[in-house]
Design a protein. Structure first.
Length: 420
C-alpha cells in the first residue's frame, strides 16, 4: 500500500480476478456511485472511485452499511492463549493496523526499513496499491466468552449477550466443524482482492502466538448490494440477488433491523450488530440441467429482468400469492417472517472441485441484524422446512459473531468497551 492518501482506482481493481471481474470493474471505471460511511456512521458520501479510502472511525464499524465492495477475504480465528492482557494488547495492535491499512497506508514502519536484519512490519504485497475501499470489520464469537468446555478464559462469561446464541440445527444442514465457529472473525472487503488478502495476512501475522486462523473464505462477485441505485448483482445460479436488501443510506431501517439499541444491550454492544456467516454449497451441475421455468418457479422471479411473478420490473412490489407456496422469494419475504429483515453482504465462491468433477462453488452468506433470534433464525427455519431451493443447495459451514460498535478515535480500540 502507499503511504499517502489515495483517490484513484488501481488497475488491479478494474481487472479483478480474471474474466469474472471484468463487468464489475468496468462499472467502477465508468463511474458507478457508491455510498461510503463517514463521521458517526449514519451519514454517507457518494463516490465513484473504487480506489478511495473508507473512513475507519465512527459510531458503527465500516463494512456493514458501507457500499458492498467487489471482493472478500473472511477469516475466523481461534484464540490460542488464556492471557487476557496478551489478547487486549493484540486487539489494540490490530486496531492500529486496521486504521492504517483502510486508509491505504502500510502497517507500522512498512515493508522496507533500515532494519534489514529484522522482519518488516508490513508483509509488502500491497505496496503501490490503492486503498480500494478496504473495510475491516471484527466480530466476537461465543467461544471468546466461554469455550466448549465451559471455561471462562478472559472473565467475559457474564458479559455474553443473550442474542449470541448457539445457532440451532436446521433441517438439511451438513456442517463441517473445520469451516464453522471461531472466537473472533475479521471481514475484509475491498475492490482489489490482493488488498483484502494483505489485510488478513497482516492481522494474522500480528496475532501470531495469540490467535490462529481457524478457517477462511475468499469471495468474489458480491451477491447483494446496499446501494439500491446500482445494478443488482447476480448469484452463481444466475439470478439477481439482494433486490430488497436494506439500503446503507436508510437510517430508519438500519436502526430498526441492524444496529443493536440501548434496550437490547448489553451496553458494550450498543451501536453494533450480529453477524451470521454461512457457507452454502450450490449443486451447480444439477441446477444447470434444470429448465428455465422450473428455475424461475423456484425463485419466484424471472431470470432476465428479475421481476417478481406477475410483475414487469425488478423492484415492483411482489405478489406473494402469485408464487408457488415453496418459492424462495415468498418464503424469505418479511411478510412471511413476522417482518424480519436482514442486511446481506454475501459473495460467490469457487474453491476447486470436490474430487468427483463437480465444482465446489456457491454462496458465502453474510447477514447483519440487531437480534439473530428474530432475524436469521426465524427466516432460516422457514426456508429450511419448505424452500424448493433446498434441492440445489446445502449449508456446510456456519458461525455467529457479536459485532461491536465502531472505533471512535485513535485512542479507542476494537473491543475496548467489552474488556473495560
Amino acid at each position: 500500500m502507499t503511504d499517502e492518501a489515495v483517490t484513484s482506482p488501481s488497475r488491479r481493481a478494474l481487472i479483478g480476478w480474471g474474466g469474472a471481474g471484468l463487468a464489475l470493474g468496468a462499472a467502477a471505471a465508468g463511474g458507478t456511485a457508491a455510498a461510503l460511511g463517514g463521521g458517526d456512521g449514519d451519514t454517507t458520501r457518494t463516490v465513484a472511485d473504487s480506489g478511495a479510502a473508507v473512513p475507519f472511525y465512527g459510531a458503527h464499524q465500516a463494512g456493514i452499511a458501507t457500499a458492498v465492495q467487489d471482493r472478500l477475504h473472511f477469516a475466523a480465528f481461534d484464540v490460542t492463549t488464556d492471557d487476557r492482557d496478551a489478547l487486549i494488547a493484540m486487539l489494540k495492535e490490530w486496531t492500529k493496523a486496521a486504521a492504517r491499512m483502510t486508509q491505504g497506508h502500510s502497517v507500522g514502519g512498512g515493508a522496507v526499513s533500515d532494519l534489514a536484519e529484522a522482519p518488516p512490519d508490513d508483509t509488502g504485497e500491497a505496496l503501490g496499491l490503492k486503498a480500494s475501499r478496504l473495510t475491516l470489520t471484527i466480530g466476537f464469537g461465543p467461544g471468546l466468552f466461554e469455550d466448549k468446555k465451559g471455561k471462562d478464559r478472559f472473565g467475559l462469561a457474564g458479559r455474553r449477550p443473550k442474542a449470541l446464541i448457539d445457532l440451532p440445527a436446521f433441517p438439511g444442514d451438513n456442517l463441517d466443524a473445520a469451516r464453522s465457529d471461531g472466537d473472533l472473525c475479521v471481514q475484509a472487503c475491498a475492490d482489489d482482492p490482493q488488498v483484502a488478502v494483505h489485510a488478513i495476512r497482516n492481522l494474522a501475522r500480528i496475532g501470531m502466538g495469540t490467535v490462529a486462523i481457524r478457517w477462511s473464505q475468499l469471495g468474489f462477485g458480491k451477491t447483494s448490494s446496499t446501494t439500491p441505485e446500482a445494478q443488482t448483482p447476480r448469484n452463481m445460479m444466475g439470478f439477481k440477488d439482494g433486490t430488497r436488501n436494506i439500503s446503507g443510506t436508510d437510517a430508519a431501517a438500519l436502526k430498526k433491523h441492524v444496529w443493536v439499541g440501548g434496550k437490547a444491550g448489553p451496553d458494550w454492544l450498543v451501536g453494533g450488530s450480529y453477524l451470521v456467516a454461512r457457507r452454502i454449497r450450490m449443486h451447480i451441475e444439477t441446477w444447470d440441467r434444470t429448465s428455465l421455468k422450473e428455475q424461475e418457479d423456484i425463485f419466484g422471479r424471472d431470470k432476465g429482468e428479475g421481476a417478481p411473478y406477475g410483475k414487469q420490473r425488478e423492484r415492483d412490489e411482489p405478489n406473494l400469492k402469485a408464487m408457488l407456496p415453496d418459492a424462495h422469494v415468498r418464503l424469505a419475504h418479511p411478510d412471511s417472517n413476522g417482518g424480519a429483515r436482514l442486511l446481506r453482504r454475501g459473495y460467490s465462491f469457487t474453491d476447486g472441485t470436490d474430487g468427483l468433477g463437480r465444482l465446489d462453488a456457491g454462496l458465502f452468506f453474510l447477514a447483519y441484524q440487531h437480534d439473530v433470534r428474530d432475524g436469521f433464525v426465524t427466516v432460516q427455519r422457514n426456508l429450511a422446512r419448505q424452500d424448493a431451493l433446498n434441492e440445489y443447495i446445502q449449508h456446510v459451514g456456519s458461525a455467529l459473531f457479536a459485532v461491536p460498535p465502531g472505533v471512535r478515535d485513535k485512542d479507542d480500540w476494537w473491543g475496548r468497551a467489552l474488556f473495560s
